[in-house]
Ligand binder design. Structure first.
Ligand code: NAI
Length: 333
């Protein structure tokens, strides 16, 4: 029976993981702390480790995992920018992920952020609770007829584009690997990134974080945005240079920012810091803007997505323990 050491777990992870395994199918060791070089030795005795987006699975971590006999790292997320894959290969550790647990979960959260920020629902909700029924400052715009730019038309980007098409928006897209047939059948128009930035009222990021996409939205590209545009990021925080975006917000060039991910989210997101002094000055500044909406990496958080993540993790751990191939498309090579 495989023993899976699961890191950075919250009650909802444990609930869905345990429900996915039949009784006696898997031994679980749940840790609340994150997986890193400092904590990897705690995997001793397990057959696999299960990590999440802010675990730091670098060389030091992987070398310790190899030393304690781990041959399988099962990521319970789609992104894998936090894993030194070349080192894992060198050490003979298989790394799997859950590539498509629910593109709808992330796409629908993206749209929720856009609607909330545009129609000031977050501000209205607070006001009404205080019996302040004034509408001043709550003016939004019709999505219908506006242009949405989707950067990255993979699984999540395509679902997001289709939802925005349903609002009657013009949808433009940029991707080095365009999906021509899909675009034709959904009325989506591909264009170079600079054109997309210049024409979109809303720009939504749906691409992976790689050395090439790090700070894709920087001081120069933020200047290319249409004045007053809304920028949305539910992918990875480091796609955006926070300093550049704060400047654009202060100058009023950027109309709004909706983010579910943040450049320095590690150690902040997923934690209750309500009794502490926030040490991150840029996050503190972002929280002061009326036109910035932040959620703490919750786009994946639906019952369907958690269930699918748990199912794939359990299935892969069981397969690895029996020497069988992993589920198709989940092994990172
Ligand atoms: P995917 O792999 O299906 O699609 C990514 C797309 O980005 C591909 O079509 C690729 O060609 C494109 N791309 C790569 N480089 C690009 C560039 N420089 N410019 C434009 N497009 C580029 O990935 P999927 O499943 O759609 O996920 C997208 C991202 O969403 C993931 O990388 C992950 O970081 C993030 N994510 C966030 C979650 C959250 O809870 N906030 C949950 C799940 C994923």
């Amino acid at each position: 029976m495989p023993t899976i050491a699961v890191y950075d777990t919250k009650p909802y992870d444990r609930e869905f993981m345990m429900a996915a395994a039949a009784a006696g199918q898997v031994d679980w060791v749940f840790h609340e702390f994150r997986l890193s070089a400092d904590t990897a030795a705690t995997a001793r005795g397990a057959t696999a480790v299960c990590g999440f987006v802010n675990d730091r699975i670098d060389r030091g971590c992987l070398e310790t995992l190899a030393d304690v006999g781990i041959r399988h790292v099962a990521l319970r997320c789609a992104g894998f920018n936090n894993v030194a894959l070349d080192v894992a290969r060198e050490l003979g550790i298989a790394v799997t992920r859950v590539p498509a647990y629910s593109p709808h979960a992330v796409a629908e959260h993206t749209v929720a952020l856009v609607l909330t920020l545009n129609r000031r629902i977050h501000r209205a909700w607070n006001r009404v609770r205080e019996l302040n029924f004034s509408l001043t400052g709550l003016v939004g715009f019709d999505l219908h007829g506006k242009t949405c730019g989707i950067v990255g038309t993979g699984r999540i980007g395509r679902v997001t584009a289709e939802i925005f098409r349903g609002f009657g928006m013009r949808v433009v897209a940029h991707d080095p690997f365009p999906m021509i047939d899909w675009a034709a059948s959904h009325g989506v128009e591909y264009m170079p990134l600079a054109d997309l930035l210049a024409t979109s009222d809303i720009v939504s990021l749906h691409l992976p974080l790689t050395p090439q996409t790090h700070h894709l939205l920087n001081a120069e590209s933020v200047r290319q945005l249409k004045p007053g545009a809304m920028l949305v990021n539910t992918s990875r925080g480091k796609l955006i240079d926070t300093t550049a975006v704060i400047d654009a917000l202060k100058q009023g060039r950027l109309g709004g920012l909706a983010i579910d991910v943040y450049e320095e989210e590690e150690g902040v997101f997923f934690e209750d810091l309500s009794g502490q002094v926030l040490q991150d000055d840029e996050l503190s500044r972002l929280l002061t803007f009326p036109n910035v909406l932040i959620t703490a990496h919750q786009a994946f958080l639906t019952r369907e997505a958690l269930g699918e993540i748990a199912r794939v993790t359990v299935e892969n751990a069981v397969r690895q323990s029996r020497g069988e191939p992993f589920l198709p498309g989940t092994l990172l090579e």
